[in-house]
Design a protein around this ligand. Structure first.
Ligand code: ATP
Length: 298
């Protein structure tokens, strides 16, 4: 068992933020924690990493209670950039962790290289951009090669190129056996790294495997739209026409069958675009349309 959270409660004064959170992570994977602002994501991550006491409940990391100081060789926590010291360099931050955990300078430099921060490693953090700070925080979370990484908003403030790099890094770490629990508001990015999502709503968790909700739609531009629609409909393929495009869902038909029908009719294809739907639609359903009680599964 990598992480086990059992019946965790937390209130701030009269405000009950977590109302009996229970979940387990058994295998190395990436899991996303998603919820609106103020839903308690940071509170839950802080409790898991023992920075904040729960009112009630239990957390174990790799079979050990999360109060056990020894787990900090196996776990890391990327918080927001307020934990950085403006007048220290990136190197200083990493060196501190390496000193505490007995890691070598080689490991520090290799990590900096892997995350792509070597060129500004010796600059003071006060001169870093938001994205540079995010990269440093990520390097600080990766340097001890943890079995479990907990990342609070790792994709925040990253430009598209950096977001792609971080995404690839997370997937590579997962392939190396690291489990990653991350919180994020960026549903499109989440879709690209995981289909395993914990939705946090009104203090309760709704667990979903988004692969079950994923829908793929092909948008095909053709030279003779009316003729294509007729031919596909005659073959029993459900198709919607939007301007010059045909919209066809993968759940209804395989793409090569569609292409065969169009080829047979001598219809020329100008373009095919694949659209994937999933998390965003599900998020909307959970947080705007459904009543909380109907969906809670704890
Ligand atoms: N130290 C604190 N004292 C009092 N209330 C707090 C404290 N920390 C958080 N809260 C409240 O608990 C609730 C959950 O906050 P939390 O920061 O965990 O949410 P979040 O989901 O991480 O939000 P965001 O997405 O905006 O980062 C909020 O209503 C917040 O005001």
């Amino acid at each position: 068992m990598i992480l086990s959270v059992t019946d965790v409660y937390k209130s701030y004064g009269k405000e009950q933020v977590l109302k009996g959170i229970t979940f387990e992570i058994e295998e190395p994977q990436i899991i996303a924690l998603v919820g609106p602002n103020g839903s308690g994501k940071s509170t839950l991550l802080n409790i898991i990493t023992n920075l904040l006491p729960a009112d009630k409940g239990k957390v174990t990391v790799l079979g050990k209670n999360n109060h056990d100081p020894n787990i900090f060789r196996e776990i890391s926590f990327m918080q927001d950039n307020t934990v950085l010291y403006e007048y220290l360099t990136g190197y200083d931050h990493l060196q501190f962790i390496c000193d505490v955990q007995g890691l070598s300078k080689k490991q520090l430099l290799n990590t900096a290289d892997r995350i792509g921060i070597t060129s500004y490693l010796n600059k003071k953090v006060k001169n870093y951009s938001l994205g540079m700070k995010q990269h440093l925080l990520l390097a600080m979370a990766v340097v001890n090669k943890p079995k479990l990484m907990i990342l609070d908003e790792p994709l925040n403030g990253l430009d598209p190129t950096s977001a792609i790099r971080v995404r690839e890094l997370l997937l590579a770490l997962r392939d190396e056996g690291t489990t990653i629990l991350l919180s994020s508001h960026n549903l499109a990015e989440i879709d690209r790294v995981t289909s395993s999502i914990l939705f946090l709503k009104k203090g309760n968790l709704i667990k979903e495997n988004m692969a079950e909700f994923e829908q793929v739609r092909y948008q095909i531009a053709v030279d003779q739209t009316e003729k294509a629609v007729k031919a596909l409909a005659a073959a029993g393929v459900p198709v919607e026409q939007v301007d010059r495009h045909l919209h066809i869902y993968r759940r209804d038909v395989a793409l090569d069958q569609v292409l065969k029908i169009l080829e047979h009719e001598k219809i020329v294809i100008d373009d095919i675009e694949k659209k994937v739907f999933g998390t965003e639609e599900r998020y909307r359903k959970i947080f705007t349309e459904a009543k909380a009680d109907e969906l809670v599964e704890v």
